[in-house]
Design a protein around this ligand. Structure first.
Ligand code: HEM
Ligand code: HEM
Length: 204
C-alpha cells in the first residue's frame, strides 16, 4: 500500500520514490504516464498519415509501425494498471464534483487506451492484414477477412481515436487549470523535476 512507506518510497537525496506516496506519483507511474502519452501522439501521426496515403509500400510500412507501437502501448497500459494495483495513486483531496470528474475521465482514458488496440487488431484481421510485432512474431487473426466488418471497425477505430483526442485535450486543460488557477499540486505530483509538491488542494 502507498500509505506504509518503505525505504523504496523514500530514497536518499531528492530523487523521486519508485512507488506512489500519499503526496506524489512515483517514478514508475510517471515514466509510464509520459511514455504512454508520447506513444499516443506518435500513434496519431502514423495512423492519420497512413490513412491519407494510397495503397502501396509506404502505407504498409507506416501501418506496420503503427500496429507494432499500438501493441506495445497496449502492453504498457496493462503494466500501468498492474502497477496501479500494487501502488495506488495518491489520494485526491479536491471537492467531490472534481474528484468524480477526474475519476470518470481517467477511467475513460484507460478504457480507450485498451479498446483502441483491440479494435485496431480486429480491423487488421477483417482487412486481411497480418499484425506482427516489429516483424519478430505475428499475432493470430481475431476474425476472418470481411469487408463490411472492416468498414465498421475502421469507423469504430476512427471514432475512438477522435474521442481519445478530445478527452486528452480536456485532461491536459484540466491539469493546467489545477496548476494555474487552483494552484494545487495535481500537475506537479505527475512531474519528475519538481522537488517540492505544492499544497494538496484540500477544500477549506
Ligand atoms: C492506442 C493505440 C492506437 C491509436 C491512438 C490509434 C490511432 C489511429 C488513428 C488516429 C488512425 C487514423 C484514422 C483516420 O485517419 O481517420 C488509425 C488507423 C488505423 N489503425 Fe490505429 N491506433 C491505435 C492502435 C492500433 C493497433 C494496435 C492497430 C493494429 C493492430 C491499429 C490499426 C490501424 C489500422 C489498420 C488503421 C487504418 C489505416 C487505414 O488503412 O486507413 N491501430 N489508428
Ligand atoms: C495521450 C496523452 C495522455 C494520456 C493518455 C494520459 C492519461 C492519464 C491517466 C490514465 C491518468 C490517471 C493516472 C492514474 O491515477 O492511474 C493521468 C494522470 C495525470 N495526467 Fe495524463 N495523460 C496524457 C497526457 C497528459 C498531459 C499532456 C498532461 C499535462 C500536461 C497530463 C497530466 C496528468 C496529471 C497531472 C495526472 C495526475 C492527476 C492526478 O493526480 O489525479 N497528462 N493521465
Amino acid at each position: 500500500m502507498a500509505a506504509d512507506l518503505t525505504p523504496m518510497d523514500r530514497p536518499a537525496g531528492h530523487s523521486i520514490p519508485l512507488r506512489n506516496t500519499p503526496e506524489r506519483y512515483g517514478i514508475v507511474a510517471q515514466a509510464l504516464h509520459w511514455l504512454i502519452a508520447a506513444l499516443v501522439a506518435v500513434q496519431f501521426v502514423l495512423g492519420v498519415k497512413a490513412h491519407g496515403l494510397p495503397l502501396g509500400l509506404e502505407r504498409l510500412i507506416l501501418l506496420a509501425r503503427h500496429k507494432s507501437l499500438g501493441l506495445t502501448l497496449f502492453a504498457l497500459v496493462m503494466l500501468r494498471l498492474a502497477w496501479r494495483m500494487y501502488s495506488p495513486p495518491p489520494p485526491w483531496s479536491s471537492q467531490a464534483p472534481l474528484r468524480t470528474a477526474a475519476r470518470l475521465s481517467h477511467g475513460l482514458l484507460y478504457a480507450l487506451l485498451l479498446a483502441m488496440p483491440i479494435a485496431g487488431w480486429l480491423l487488421s484481421s477483417a482487412s486481411n492484414l497480418t499484425v506482427s510485432w516489429f516483424g519478430l512474431f505475428s499475432l493470430p487473426d481475431l476474425v476472418a477477412p470481411d469487408r463490411r466488418l472492416a468498414h465498421w471497425l475502421l469507423l469504430t477505430h476512427q471514432t475512438m481515436a477522435w474521442l481519445l483526442l478530445a478527452v486528452v485535450v480536456i485532461h491536459t486543460g484540466a491539469a493546467f487549470w489545477h496548476h494555474r488557477i487552483l494552484k494545487d499540486n495535481v500537475l506537479t505530483r505527475m512531474l519528475p523535476f519538481t522537488r517540492r509538491a505544492r499544497r494538496s488542494g484540500r477544500p477549506p
